[in-house]
Ligand binder design. Sequence first.
Ligand code: SF4
Ligand code: SF4
Length: 86
Amino acid sequence: MKCDKCGDCCHIPIIQVSLKEVKTGKVPKWAVKLCSYKLKYVMRRKNGRCIALNDENLCSIYKNRPATCRNFEPGCSGCTQGRTWS
Ligand code: SF4
Ligand code: SF4
């Protein structure tokens, strides 16, 4: 299935980022925050969406997006259900 760039998967409340991705600078530090509850990094959010999602519903850090996003397949259950999150 082709991604229609709706951006809804970027509204998921918790998008995990690995410690390695943060420490190596793979994912920019400005875009993440430490989730103290689980001691894990997550993408920062702004206005109910990932802070890296731009006004055109495109990822502004596409080449540096976390593995969580790289592994998200268009057409997967999260994709088809995603539209209920926003
Ligand atoms: S929810 Fe699915 S169709 Fe929409 S941007 Fe994400 S992967 Fe693409
Ligand atoms: S990092 Fe990019 S692909 Fe991942 S949720 Fe944020 S805007 Fe979407």
